[in-house]
Structures are given as structure tokens and as C-alpha cells.
Design a protein around this ligand. Structure first.
Ligand SMILES: [Zn+2]
Length: 364
């Protein structure tokens, strides 16, 4: 009996028993078998949670994470920052107990941002940035004493400390005095290194500061003990609002577009990366991260012998929190997805406000 005869017989029996009548005469069809080519089969390679992890070329580990700490000159300060969920500003007396909770979970590195809150501290040249009694230098010494193995990085910039809120020293017409700015920033970096910082990370984006910092460290006999991590590709844009709330560093007049990179300027970013390597940077930062994965990828090729750090900035962090609060996405899931993206693009290090969570989420 042919296959079609068998099927029509079965249909007649079905109609009889089910009291079911249909006018459909269509029968299911199959494409002719062609065989599956071996190269088209991928799913066997990631059908298990462990084999999915094996597919990652690089895996997130605790030692990649650098946690930003905002340290104020009010010793007993502990203030939440509404636009930056779960992040606080800390006074020197509250800092050590807080950091201990993170060190106990495996925290390896922090980056310090000073936040002067006292009246009358800011001036035209950011004198308070490297005040020996200021928050950053006091924090370096306190952290070093409490946690000798913790890697202490210092953001180096003047904007938190200048009365005009710009990252350098200005001419009378309000434009940036590049030479004086770089020399002043160099002096601040050297003073942080003298206080014991393991790394200085200038975020000002002013031409020539890497050369001046490196020269200053050499002259101070500290170049062999202090890593210079350049914010080489730092773009101006719309993602720094919560940070400026935290650090009180919004410019009083104008903006930073004359020294931070324009968002479309991929070529400028590549030139800045190359220049900063030439001037003595030991590592480079790309900032922001999610919207600049192509720049991270460029950096990983251009600076392939250097650690590349992605900075997941305050606005990116706050956006993910806001989306999670609205039920649009799962916070832990999107945090992993974002940070895995940085590794995929070529980053080895990540400055992240999610660090405390990843210390909980990661085993190693
Ligand atoms: Zn700045």
C-alpha cells in the first residue's frame, strides 16, 4: 500500500471515530532530506552552563575591578548620592570601616576622587587638590595603613578644587592655559605618589600632562613605584551628570568640549592613545564604555602591550539602575552583559560602580 493510501485510510478512520469532518485535503509536507553539514552545527558547543562559560575568551574576575571612592574633607561624612544608587560620599573617619567590608569580599583596587565640601577651599589653581591635609592624601595614607595590599589609584584633576570648575588653570579670557595646567597637574600627581599612591590617573585631558607627570615622577625618584594610567580617550558627553553630583565638579561657566574629546572623534581618540603611550603612560583608560566599545577595541589593537581599562561611568550605571527599577531589565543580568562587553572589546580592567555587587556575584 502506498503512503498516500495509508494516510487517506487513517483520515477516514479518524473522522469516523471522532465524529469530525473536515474539508481539508492538505497533507503535511517535508523537504527532501539533504543531510546536515557538520560546519552548521554550533549548539552542541554551548548547551550547558559550564560550556557557555568556556565560550568566553576572557572571564570576569575580581582582580579586574577598580572601585571609585568619593572622599570628602568633612571627616564624619556619610552621604548618599541620589543620582548614583548605592554610592556614598565618605569622610576619612567613615572610609576605612566601609572599605573593610569590601576588602573582606576580595576588593583589590580603588580609585580616589577628592570632594572638598568646606567653604572657601576652592581657588583658581586648585590648591586644595594636593593639600597634605586634604581628603585624597589623608585617604591614601589611611588606606595604605589599614590595607597594605590594596592597590590605591588616584584620579588626578583640578576640577573638584577650582573655583571655576574647569580641569586646569585658565587664562584671563577663560581659555585653558595648557602649559601651566599640565605642570600643575603633574605636581599634584607627584604629591599623590609621594603619599603612597600606587597609580596616578590624570582625567583632565589636557595636552602634555602625561609627559609632565612622568618627568615629575622620574625627578622625584618615584617613577619605578607608580603606574601612570592615562584617561587617554575620554569623551565629553551626557553621561557624567551623577558623577558631577557626587564630586561637585560641574564647571561654573562653559563646558569641557575644548579638552575632552568630541563623541564622534574616533580618530582623535586613536591619536591621543598613541600620544599618551609615547609620553610615558603605563596603561590607558577609555571613558565612557558602553557607547565607545569601538574605541576600546581600537585601543586593544593600538596599545596591545598595555592594560586597557574601561570606565563604566556614572550615567551608564545610573541608567541601568533606572531601567531595572522600571522593570525593563534584570540588574544583575545586564551588569554581566555590559561588563562582558568591555572584555570582549579588549579591556582588561574596569572602573565600575558595580564593583561591590560583582564582589558578591563572582567566585574568584
Ligand atoms: Zn576634571
Amino acid at each position: 500500500m502506498s503512503r498516500n493510501l495509508e494516510i487517506s485510510k487513517y483520515l477516514k478512520i479518524s473522522q469516523k471515530y471522532l465524529d469530525f469532518s473536515t474539508t481539508m485535503v492538505h497533507t503535511a509536507e517535508y523537504l527532501p532530506a539533504t543531510g546536515t553539514s557538520i560546519s552548521s552545527v554550533l549548539q552542541g558547543g554551548y548547551n550547558h552552563p559550564l560550556s557557555r562559560e568556556w565560550q568566553q575568551e576572557k572571564q570576569l574576575t575580581k582582580n579586574m575591578f577598580i572601585f571609585p571612592l568619593f572622599v570628602t574633607d568633612l571627616p564624619d561624612e556619610e552621604t548618599a548620592i541620589p543620582s548614583l544608587p548605592n554610592i556614598k560620599r565618605w569622610g576619612i573617619n567613615k572610609l576605612i570601616p566601609y572599605v573593610k567590608t569590601l576588602v573582606d569580599k576580595g576588593l583589590r583596587a580603588v580609585i580616589l576622587f577628592g570632594v572638598p565640601l568646606k567653604d572657601g577651599v576652592k581657588d583658581l589653581v586648585g590648591t586644595a587638590a594636593d593639600d597634605p591635609e586634604g581628603p585624597v592624601i589623608l585617604a591614601i595614607k589611611a588606606l595604605k595603613k589599614a590595607f597594605p595590599d590594596l592597590y590605591i589609584m588616584c584620579d588626578v584633576c583640578l576640577c573638584e578644587y577650582t573655583s571655576h570648575g574647569h580641569c586646569g588653570v585658565l587664562y584671563d579670557d577663560g581659555s585653558l592655559n595648557t602649559e601651566q595646567s599640565a605642570l600643575r597637574i603633574g605636581a599634584v600627581a607627584v604629591n599623590y605618589a609621594k603619599a603612597g599612591a600606587n597609580c596616578v590617573a590624570p582625567s583632565d585631558m589636557i595636552d602634555g600632562r602625561i609627559k609632565d607627570i612622568k618627568t615629575g615622577l622620574i625627578n622625584a625618584g618615584l617613577a619605578h613605584k607608580c603606574l601612570v594610567m592615562s584617561y587617554a580617550a575620554k569623551f565629553s558627553g551626557n553621561l557624567y551628570g551623577p558623577f558631577r553630583d557626587a564630586a561637585g565638579s560641574a564647571p561654573g561657566q562653559g563646558d569641557r568640549k575644548a579638552y575632552q574629546l568630541p563623541p564622534g572623534g574616533a580618530g582623535l581618540a586613536r591619536r591621543a592613545l598613541l600620544r599618551d603611550m609615547e609620553e610615558g603612560a603605563d596603561a590607558v583608560i577609555v571613558k565612557p564604555s558602553t557607547f565607545y566599545l569601538d574605541i576600546i577595541s581600537d585601543a586593544s589593537r593600538l596599545c596591545k602591550d598595555y592594560p586597557i581599562c574601561a570606565y563604566h561611568v556614572s550615567g551608564e550605571y545610573a541608567m541601568l539602575h533606572a531601567a531595572a527599577e522600571k522593570g525593563i531589565l534584570d540588574l544583575k543580568g545586564i551588569a554581566f552583559e555590559a561588563h562582558q562587553g568591555f572584555l570582549r572589546a579588549g579591556a582588561r580592567l574596569i572602573i565600575s560602580y558595580f564593583t561591590p555587587e560583582f564582589l558578591e556575584w563572582l567566585e574568584l
